[in-house]
Design a protein around this ligand. Structure first.
Ligand SMILES: NC(=O)c1ccc[n+]([C@@H]2O[C@H](COP(=O)([O-])OP(=O)(O)OC[C@H]3O[C@@H](n4cnc5c(N)ncnc54)[C@H](OP(=O)(O)O)[C@@H]3O)[C@@H](O)[C@H]2O)c1
Length: 327
């Protein structure tokens, strides 16, 4: 497993991390606890040491499962969790007030069964709280030794600059995959320049980039893919055409699967870690295929050509953004 330093913290993360949103069940049509615990153990066995979660994933459930899975194994993992979302009646909203941050830290530590968090990330910027105030709280948590590194998620470079004027910043977590590349214009160059680790979320584009999504696949219950514009006609056809072409290219050129190509592509773009969402052990069996090789310039150009030819009406991940609190 390749590794990447998280800023100057001395922490070294595996370049594939386990994403545990689906493990919480909420917005993924439910989850099964014993399978989820087995997925965490499989991740460790595959050399993954970074596990990304959040309080809002299953309203505490994902963190609880990670806590159970890591009991007796805490030292093998770096836990990355988040702060700054609240929820009511099954709906998430942004809340980074100092009281909320302090409360969430205590709740997360309890659910995770640990007395420190390796990487603590602001989940979404809260337009109702000055970024400097939020940063000051995070700096305090770091000074107290409750957290070991600070990250932000879904922040622009301007917001990161405001944050960094008050607190150290070590990592950023934006959406990034072959189909969602807006960070290449701003966040990625900023991260390179400021020595931030980039935790790319949605690395498999919610399963599309594994080749297992078809036009007839149905998603159960509250699965977010029922509302994802990429997974609905007429765009789905374009994305599936791109998946087919990319899969053929990956096989012919490298003898690899499309998921290996998709993850390798992220890792070749800079100081990145690919967050691989999984809720069952078998979904991680191929993580090793993305290690130990690189895409050359010709391959990168061919991938861009396929994307431009197939996807004429792209859609982004904005549909996932939670709203601000109502006053
Ligand atoms: N900071 C943020 O705002 C934010 C937002 C989104 C995500 N994230 C983080 O990023 C992580 C990754 O993103 P994500 O979970 O949304 O999406 P993802 O990693 O792009 O896709 C995950 C889904 O792909 C499918 N999958 C995974 N491995 C597979 C395999 N080998 N074969 C077939 N299908 C496979 C699974 O869906 P099925 O089980 O349904 O098949 C899985 O739930 C999250 O878990 C979370 O930690 C953060």
């Amino acid at each position: 497993m390749e590794t990447l330093p998280i800023g100057q913290t001395g922490l070294n993360a595996s370049r594939i991390a386990l994403g545990s949103w689906a493990i919480g069940g909420w917005m993924w049509g439910g989850s099964e606890e014993s399978e989820a615990i087995a997925a965490v153990h499989a991740a460790l066995d595959h050399g993954i040491n970074l596990i990304d979660t959040a309080p809002v994933y299953g309203f505490g459930y994902s963190e609880e499962i990670i806590g159970k899975a890591l009991a007796g194994r805490r030292e093998r993992a770096l836990i990355a969790t988040k702060v700054g979302l609240d929820w009511r009646d099954g709906k998430a909203m942004r809340n980074s007030t100092p009281q909320r941050l302090r409360q969430e830290l205590e709740d997360s530590l309890r659910r995770l069964g640990t007395d420190y968090i390796d990487l603590y990330q602001i989940h979404w910027p809260d337009p109702r709280v000055p970024i400097e105030e939020t940063a000051e709280m995070m700096a305090e948590f770091l000074r107290e030794g409750r957290i070991r590194a600070i990250g932000v998620s879904n922040f622009s470079p301007e917001q990161m600059m405001a944050f960094s004027s008050v607190a150290p910043l070590h990592a950023v977590q934006p959406p990034y995959n072959l189909f969602e590349r807006t960070i290449e214009a701003d966040v990625l160059p900023y991260a390179r320049q400021r020595d931030l680790a980039v935790l790319a979320y949605g690395a498999l584009c919610r399963g599309l980039l594994t080749g297992t999504v078809t036009a007839s696949r149905r998603f159960a219950g509250d699965d977010l893919r029922n509302h994802d514009p990429k997974f609905r006609p007429p765009r789905l056809e374009q994305y599936l055409a791109a998946v087919d072409a990319l899969a053929q290219f990956a096989r012919a050129r490298y003898g690899e699967s499309i998921s290996a190509l998709a993850v390798r592509w992220i890792l070749d773009q800079g100081p990145t870690v690919a967050l691989w969402g999984a809720r069952r052990a078998d979904q991680l069996s191929t993580v090793g295929e993305a290690m130990g090789w690189s895409l050359d310039a010709e391959a990168l150009a061919e991938i861009d050509r396929i994307l431009t030819a197939c996807i004429t009406d792209p859609a982004g991940p904005e549909f996932m953004a939670p709203p601000a609190r109502v006053a």
